[in-house]
Design a protein around this ligand. Structure first.
Ligand SMILES: [Zn+2]
Length: 434
């Protein structure tokens, strides 16, 4: 059994000023607690919730005795997580400040601090007792309720001061059983495309994720230069533009990743196949993005295009019960999947097998080698299994005519409209080397 988890955002109705003020006070206390806890945690190298709670619970309770006691728990969890990610960034030399800033606060809730009352309202424990709030039902929320997802007890709340509403981040969970795979779909994640091997065909689905990251980076740089000249560095209008650019960038990438993940996972589920992914490292050491000199930028490209893409696939796979297998990614594009000999690459991601002399596209090689590794891990001897999944056409090369070594390239504007890869027709196929 695996657990699929989704966050759904719902908003409360507009609250009377007096009620809203209670939440503003609550947020203020919560923020203060978290700030102090984070400071303590960072100074003492505490990253575990249990330790932070053991060492600071009394302090926190005495600071605001009127605050329901479970806020001390959730604030410790919140702070431990903030301290953890800050200390990690600092270890990697990417922390920009000496202490993490507690800017955006969402109040963490547990089962003691809130509950659902009927379908349209919740009640929250506050320093002024329980407060009941009506929520606005939305399509997204109802979809999860109706499809057998279970509402989890943990939730987060943010305040929308302009509209005097609460924004609730609810968590839905669902247990799904994974099937036993009857085959494999291998996915080679690249910075601007995803190579997917399905039924002996490699599709190269373009994502442009790295291009988008770089594009926004340069746009922000231009904005910065212009605004710094006019208003001085870090001005308000500049920050405002940054914020909206960041929001747009995030939303666009998220949409791309989720759509593509859904497409791949649906294909896997239909075939009862497992998805094979590369086991990624912690650091953006990938050779393919080494050309990006700025370490922060490199990290962002890696996070969006590699980590983020994998995470989207994992998340979607859990929902459908699709098993995900990880294999060692080392040298997956260096060795010919048929001959086991080195492939010598020229330009355009094309190479020639040093034994068979056949040409290969780098992503096709990677996909087949990932498959071989998955099969090898299945108990078989990998190289001898090559014929098990490749149609032999009598030619000197088991993979057949050279065309089979080319991926079918599909642009984002095309696949983004599909629900399945079956939608491909001949006119839409664009061969790379034509
Ligand atoms: Zn070869």
């Amino acid at each position: 059994m695996v657990e699929a988890v989704r966050t759904v955002v719902v908003r409360s109705e507009q609250l009377p000023r007096r009620t809203f003020r209670i939440f503003v006070e609550l947020e203020g206390m919560y923020r203060n607690v978290v700030e102090q806890l984070v400071l303590y945690a960072v100074n003492n190298g505490v990253t575990k919730f249990t330790r932070l709670k053991a060492e600071r619970y009394r302090e926190v309770r005495s600071l605001y005795p009127q605050l329901p006691s479970h806020y001390a728990y959730t604030a410790c969890q919140d702070a431990a997580e903030r301290a953890h990610s800050f200390l990690r960034l600092r270890r990697m030399g990417r922390a920009r400040k000496a202490y993490p800033e507690v800017r955006g606060v969402s109040i963490w809730l547990d089962d003691h601090l809130w509950r659902v009352e009927g379908l349209t309202s919740i009640s929250m424990a506050t320093h002024r007792g329980r407060v009941r709030v009506s929520i606005e039902l939305n399509k997204h929320f109802l979809r999860y309720v109706n499809r057998g997802w279970r509402l989890a007890t943990e939730a987060k709340v943010k305040l929308d001061r302009r509209e005097r509403r609460l924004i609730l981040y609810l968590t839905f969970k669902k247990e799904v059983s994974e099937y036993r795979p009857k085959g494999y779909i291998t996915v080679d994640v690249n910075e601007n495309a995803e190579a997917v091997l399905i039924d002996g065909v490699v599709y190269l689905l373009e994502t442009d994720l790295s291009r988008i990251t770089l594009g926004y980076y340069y746009r922000k740089k231009r904005v910065q230069e212009r605004y710094d000249r006019v208003y001085g560095p870090g001005s308000r209008p500049e920050r405002k533009i940054f914020k909206s650019l960041r929001g747009n960038e995030r939303a666009l990438k998220r949409e791309i990743r989720q759509k593509l993940a859904a497409l791949i996972v649906r294909e896997a589920a239909r075939r009862q196949a497992a998805i094979v992914l590369e086991r990624l490292g912690k650091e953006p050491a990938k050779g393919m993005i080494e050309r990006i000199k700025d370490p922060q930028l490199r990290h962002r490209v890696y996070q969006a295009a590699f980590k983020g893409m994998q995470r989207a696939i994992e998340e979607k796979a859990r929902e459908y019960g699709v098993p995900v297998i990880y294999v060692d990614p080392r040298n997956t594009s260096r060795v010919c999947p048929i001959h086991g000999a080195e492939i010598v690459y020229g330009k355009d991601r094309h190479g020639t097998c040093s034994r068979g002399g056949e040409t290969w596209h780098r992503d096709v090689v990677a996909c087949y080698n990932l498959l071989l590794r998955a099969l090898g891990g299945d108990g078989g001897n990998a190289p001898s299994r090559v014929r098990a999944f490749v149609a032999v056409d009598g030619g000197p090369v088991p993979l057949g005519p050279t065309a089979a070594h080319e991926p079918i390239r599909i642009s984002r504007s095309l696949w983004a409209r599909w629900r399945s890869l079956g939608a491909i027709n001949k006119h839409e196929q664009i061969r790379i080397n034509t």
